[in-house]
Design a protein around this ligand. Structure first.
Ligand code: MC0
Ligand code: CO
Length: 133
């Protein structure tokens, strides 16, 4: 059901500031910046081998990334696992009693179908499932 780590989401105050570390120090490249209005974030994707790093900057004071930074500061916000069939994966997890934040997928960056699993069900880690065409 799970193919790979799709991306690791990192909450940052400013993509313009944070990208300097990844590009100028680590030598990686930001390949796309996109706003995802429904999640109240701007995202920057940085490929690393088979996976990517997703920098997340909040576009609103009441968004999930703004709240996270206010409580915990910048840092790892979520891990996204790529699945073949997100509806099936959600059904399976629900059947196993997992606490889902999204029972129905939403749309994320790059048009992926995404859904979040509550950290209470995943040892304190916010998990994102994502399906890409
Ligand atoms: C664009 C897209 C894409 O990839 O394509 C994205 O990634 S969008 C990425 C941004 N979107 C999202 O994150 C959407 C899903 N997130 C949410 O629905 C929310 O942020 C929740 C995860 C439900 C947390 O919201 P809530 O208002 O409940 O916050 P809260 O501070 O009261 O947190 C409730 C409990 O969860 C914990 N908690 C909160 N955020 C956490 C995180 N990121 N990782 C691990 N634990 C976390 C808190 O410490 C607290 O634990 P204690 O109770 O033990 O104190
Ligand atoms: Co993500």
């Amino acid at each position: 059901m799970i193919k790979k780590v799709d991306h690791i989401g990192i909450a940052v105050k400013s993509i313009e500031e944070a990208r300097k570390f990844y590009e100028e120090v680590l030598g990686l490249k930001v390949t796309g910046i996109e706003e995802v209005k429904e999640q109240k974030v701007k995202t920057a994707f940085i490929p690393v081998g088979e996976s990517e790093i997703e920098l997340l900057e909040s576009t609103s004071e009441d968004g999930p990334v703004a709240k996270f930074i206010e409580k915990r500061g910048e840092g790892i916000h979520h891990i996204a696992l790529q699945v073949d069939d997100i509806e099936k994966a959600l059904e399976e997890l629900k059947g196993k009693g997992v606490k889902l934040i999204d029972e129905v997928p939403r749309y994320g960056a790059g048009g992926a179908k995404i859904a979040f699993v509550h950290p209470k069900s995943a040892n304190g880690v916010l998990l994102e499932l994502c399906e890409r065409k």
